[in-house]
Design a protein around this ligand. Structure first.
Ligand SMILES: [Zn+2]
Ligand SMILES: [Zn+2]
Length: 71
């Protein structure tokens, strides 16, 4: 696996687009919602993870979250 920008060995793949990124070209600035669940008080909660591997180029769009089964 190589970096899609410079061809160096990649340290991982972008969480959003799946391209390889090396240590020079990855970014970790985007927090992302990993999971939604219903709390004990019936409040939907989100598990948000920051420091995910991101290539810095693609622009993942936040998706509207609909959970009609919870209401
Ligand atoms: Zn690179
Ligand atoms: Zn990407």
């Amino acid at each position: 696996m190589i970096c899609h920008k410079c061809g160096q060995p990649a340290i991982g793949i972008c969480k959003f687009c799946g391209r390889g990124v090396c240590k020079d070209h990855h970014s970790t600035s985007l927090p992302t919602i990993m999971a939604m669940y219903l709390g004990r008080d019936n409040t939907p909660k989100a598990v948000v993870v920051s420091n995910v591997l991101w290539c810095g180029e693609c622009q993942p769009q936040p998706e509207p979250i609909e959970m009609p089964e919870f209401f």
